[in-house]
Each structure stands twice: as C-alpha cells, then as structure tokens.
Design a protein around this ligand. Structure first.
Ligand SMILES: Cc1ncc(COP(=O)(O)O)c(C=O)c1O
Length: 404
C-alpha cells in the first residue's frame, strides 16, 4: 500500500480527513493469488465477510472468488444481494434462532452447524427444504473442533480448552447413524494469521479424529476455514497445494477455504489528521481526528501496532530519542485510546495528515460511533487512479444509529 500512497500522493492531500482509503489494485493483486491457487488445485475460495463487508467491492471480488462465507442472516443476505448471481454462500454461526434458519435456508449453499443439538433441532426442517428445492444446491455440515491449538494467543484460539466453537470428536461419537443422516460436510476454523505448516498439524488431527466420516461417500465437502495467510510473500503456497491435493485424493471431497484477512491484507489505510499536540512531562501527545477504540479496535483488542506513514510517505519507527517523537492518541474520553509511541523524520504540526497502514480488514466492519467521533469516510482508489467515495458519514448517520 505504501507504493500506492506515493503514487496517489497529490490526491491524498485533497481527500477530506478522516478516511479509510482502499486500493482496488492491491485488492485485485491479493485476489489474483487466491484465484490462481483455486485454478491450480480445484479448491474453492470465498471471502470471509467478517473481515471485509463493503458491498461496493463485491463485484470486483466476485471476478476472482467463488462467493462468500456468512456468520448469519445479514452477512448471507449481503453476499446474496451484492456478489454475482452464481456466487456460493457458506453459512456458519455459533448458534441459529428459528428466524435465522427461516432466512438462511433459501439463500445458503452450505449451512454448517456448530453443535449436534442445533443440527438435531433443525434437521427435519432443513431436509424438507432441501428436498423441496433440489435446484438450490444446498448442503448441510457440522463445524468440528479438532482440538488442535496452533496459536499462542488464546483470544484467537477456537481450540482452547472448553471452547464453544465446534464439536469435539468425543461429543460427535455420541451421535447415532440417524443423527448423522443428511449431513454432507465438515467445517473447521482453527487458524489465525498462520502458515501452511500449522494447517498441516491441524489436518493430522482432523484426519485422525474425523477421517472416518470424510471417508463416507455421503460426505462431499471439507471447509478449512480462514486464518491462512496465503497472500503474505512468505506463505508456503506449495505446501498448501499439496495438502489440498492430499485431501481431494484421499477423501474425494470438495475443499473450500474462507479467508478474510488474506483477501484484504495491505489493501487499505486509515488517514487521520493532527488536531492538537500537547505535552505532559516527557510525553508529546498527538490528538488525532480518529479513535483507536472506535475505528481501529484491533489495535487495542488484539493488540497490535500498525505501521504509520506521514503524508510524504516516510515511515515511522518505534519512538527514538534522536527524532521527533509522539504518542498518537484518539479523540475520545477513553484514557487508553492510544495507538502507540512513534518517531517521525520531521516534526508534526497541527493539520498534518498521517496514514495507518493495513486498515481494510477487521476495521470498517468493527467500527462504532462511540463518543460521536466523526466516522471516517470510505474511499476507493480505483485502478486508473481516480477516487470514488463509497460512503460519507455525517450527523444523520450518527442519529440513525442512536435511534435504532
Ligand atoms: C469461521 C471463520 N471463517 C473464516 C474466518 C476468517 O479468518 P481470517 O480473516 O483470519 O482469514 C474466521 C475469522 O474469525 C472465522 O471465524
């Protein structure tokens, strides 16, 4: 994205702050990698909308991806309405209500259940709908929990002991043959920003614990979830291809992947302006027109430290005494609304614009109107260099949000 910023520098200075700036060419570059992988292996790849749910981008993403995965009726509906007609919608939520099932049955292609009790509660209704709508290509599956912890961060580990996500092999062994009737797929999601070697470790446990089901001819798909860092330059694509091939040959199943971050990584930034600079003892506090908690919550939740560029494209580094250093903070009352301490090549002044890198995924989808801080507009930098404002937020949006 840094290169795109340099290229579009003159335009950036004319864009009103604050704004999320999305790069069409960076998105397409990620999608090319995913679509080549799909063509080379036969695996189907969909967008995880939980990471990026900007419907104006779906026609672009639909050129490369097989569809989208949904965490419930609203995401499923968004994909149905804005992805191209032939897109597949794979739905998996931790739990469904009656109403959810009502809405999801007509628009999903895979409907995966997170527990046996949920499946058994809705099984008859699901199978009746399937029998009455053979043209829909709707299959039902279970989200399994292979108890394969491969991440150090328990916040992002669906396999942590006692996890509510997915059915363990032990629990599944209690199901009768009749309980399993009508199921055609398995789904797991256990990774977060990980390489193919972690998938390999996970698959060893998936095969050992659930391979007996995959071997049955009634089981037609295996969904490997998200968390695959496929579009990072160091990602081991060859190993992923081998693993996919192994699954297809051993079990004759369709393999699906549902990355979110890999679709959007390095494709967007958040541009903010300096509103004030005030000192407290040794600390120079920069007050920005954005907020970590409202507009980039993963910075506090995950937590993670974004790279920062000034508008001239200079990167910053961790605070160092020999350069102008600042604590970058948000414009809310939350004492911990702080992005971090950074040093710049030249001193910052009021009105300067700075750029937080990698702000397309898990940012716009998680934003809030906390403290009534102005919400950043959402702007697409198109391939030809022109800019399109996708969303412009004003008081009316804040009021609508508050009233509802
Ligand atoms: C079930 C499921 N699928 C896919 C994803 C997408 O993961 P990522 O954005 O890390 O690729 C997630 C993320 O939490 C998930 O929970």
């Amino acid at each position: 994205m840094k290169h795109a910023l340099n290229e579009y520098n003159s335009m950036l200075s004319s864009v009103e702050s604050p704004a999320y700036l999305l790069s069409e060419s960076a998105l397409r570059k990620n999608c090319e990698v995913l679509s080549t992988l799909s063509k080379e292996t036969g695996a189907k790849i969909v967008l995880a909308q939980k990471a990026l749910a900007q419907p104006e981008l779906y026609p672009i993403l639909g050129e490369y991806l097989a569809g989208a995965c949904a965490s419930g009726p609203w995401e499923a509906r968004l994909a149905k309405e804005f992805f191209p007609d032939q897109a597949h919608i794979l739905t998996c939520a931790p739990a469904y209500s009656d109403q959810d099932i009502e809405e999801l049955l007509p628009i999903s292609n895979h409907l995966d259940f997170n527990s046996l009790s949920q499946w058994l509660r809705f099984k008859d209704r699901c199978l009746t709908h399937q029998a009455e709508n053979p043209e829909q290509d709707l299959k039902f599956g279970l989200r399994i929990n292979p108890e394969a912890s491969t991440t150090d961060n328990p916040l992002y580990d669906p396999c942590a002991p006692g996890s509510r996500l997915g059915i363990t092999a032990d629990e599944l062994s209690k199901a009768s043959e009749q309980d399993l009737e009508g199921l055609e797929g398995l789904h797991f999601h256990t990774l977060c920003e990980q390489n193919a070697s972690d998938l390999e470790t996970t698959l060893q446990l998936v095969e050992a614990k659930f391979g007996y089901l995959l071997q049955r001819p009634t089981f037609k798909y295996l969904n490997l979830g998200g968390g695959h860092w496929i579009t990072k330059p160091f990602y081991n694509l060859n190993k992923l291809k081998q693993l996919i091939q192994h699954l297809q040959e051993t079990y004759q199943v369709e393999v699906w992947l549902e990355p979110g971050e890999a679709v959007a990584i390095h494709s967007g930034v958040l541009m903010a302006s300096v509103l004030d600079i005030s000192d407290n003892n040794e600390v120079s506090n920069v007050l920005l027109d954005i907020s970590a908690t409202a507009h980039m919550p993963d910075v506090l939740e995950m937590p993670y430290r974004p790279d920062v560029f000034d508008i001239k494209g200079n990167s910053t580094q961790t605070a160092s005494q020999d350069r102008p250093s600042y604590r970058l903070g948000g414009n809310t009352c939350l004492a911990s609304d702080v992005i971090g301490d950074y040093s710049f090549n030249t001193p910052l002044s009021i009105g300067d614009k700075i750029i937080f890198d990698d702000m397309a995924h898990y940012t716009m989808v998680k934003t809030s109107f906390f403290n009534g801080v102005k919400h950043p507009n959402i702007i697409l930098i198109k391939e030809d260099g022109s800019i399109e404002t996708l969303r412009q937020f004003d008081y009316a949006d804040y009021l609508f949000f508050k009233k509802n």
